[in-house]
Write a protein that binds this ligand. Structure first.
Ligand SMILES: [Mg+2]
Length: 318
């Protein structure tokens, strides 16, 4: 069997199956957006890592070096946000070909530094190495109060499904050969955990359909989503039309929007949603039909919600 047959999620499952954690300090291990660890203090430590690789995650013709640096940190910030946490300290490791212009590296690093400053993240170390193409890996520590920790695993039948911001923008830009710098929803994540007590949360990196499936699998529930409620901006609709693609497909499967997808009890939402100054939309509901994800179209017809989001080792990005 080859990796391409196993797929990214199959590989993660295979690697994780052999790892047993017998340590009460580990509150959440493999299988969430970040690990959560008790470290003696009043808060949990969140720990995450993400890599960007040239010609896998990006090609230098459609993204500036500044944007590569920005994105490399943004995807990590987004994972801390998805746990309800505050990002704190990062390590940046880079691999570069020797012929890379120093200006390129300066600009790339400026993207990291500007975003780090914006979120008061300290870059406390890292590593540099020669590499045939640009590779950047960032490891990030964050923190969260135990009562605000948001996992993927707590969604319950009857909970509403919500998403921040709008979806499909990143995919629409990609189709037009452009890059849309992600805006990690750190402040929004904090407001959501403090006010709405989400039963589960994830960031949308692979695509709405795929990431909702992660929540449903972790929580052992099902979900139904109303296609007409999925927030898609006018610009995304126009751009997808110009590319001859269905904007709904981009929103469901495009990925890299880095919005937060979460579930919350309807009682809490009806009391508090109107008071909260965060752009968010109710798009569906959690059901007790384990593993069954449904899309309800504008005529009210039910369709299976297939998760064709991006998966490494398979070739599948729309
Ligand atoms: Mg994530």
């Amino acid at each position: 069997m080859k990796l391409k047959d196993l797929g990214e999620f199959g590989l993660i499952k295979r690697l994780a199956d052999d790892i047993s954690i017998n340590d009460a300090q580990v509150v959440a291990g493999i299988g969430d957006d970040a690990a959560a660890i008790k470290a003696g203090g009043p808060k949990l430590i969140l720990f995450t890592t993400d890599s960007l690789i040239e010609n896998v995650h990006f090609t230098c013709s459609t993204i500036t070096p500044y944007q590569i640096g920005w994105k490399a940190l943004a995807v990590n910030l987004s994972d801390i946000a998805a746990m309800g946490g505050v990002p704190k300290h990062g390590l940046v490791s880079i691999g570069l070909p020797p012929q890379t212009p120093v200006d390129f590296v300066d600009s790339f690093y400026q993207g990291i530094k500007d975003l780090a400053n914006k979120f008061k993240v300290n870059i406390v170390g890292g590593d540099t190495a020669r590499s045939p193409q640009l590779i950047v890996n960032i490891s990030l520590l964050g923190e969260v109060e135990e009562e605000y920790l948001a996992l993927r695993s707590g969604a319950k039948a009857g909970d509403k499904v919500l998403v921040t911001g709008d979806l499909g923008g990143s995919a629409a830009h990609r189709l037009a050969g452009k890059h849309l710098p992600p805006r990690p929803r750190v402040e929004e994540g904090r407001v959501i955990v403090r006010r709405l007590w989400p039963t589960s949360m994830i960031d949308i990196s692979d695509g709405l359909a795929s990431d909702l499936r992660h929540i449903c699998e972790s929580s052992q529930v099902g979900a139904k989503i109303w296609s007409q409620k999925i927030p898609v901006s006018e610009k995304t609709r126009q751009m997808s039309e110009q590319s001859g693609k269905d904007f709904l497909r981009l929103a469901l499967e495009g990925g890299e929007d880095y919005e937060l997808l979460f579930t919350a009890s309807p009682r809490r939402l009806s009391k508090l949603m109107s008071e909260i100054d965060v752009s968010m939309t109710v798009i569906g509901e959690i059901t007790d039909q384990k593993g069954k994800l449904l899309l309800i179209d504008k005529e009210g017809k039910l369709h299976p919600l297939e998760s064709k989001g991006y998966e490494h080792f398979k070739e599948n990005r729309p």
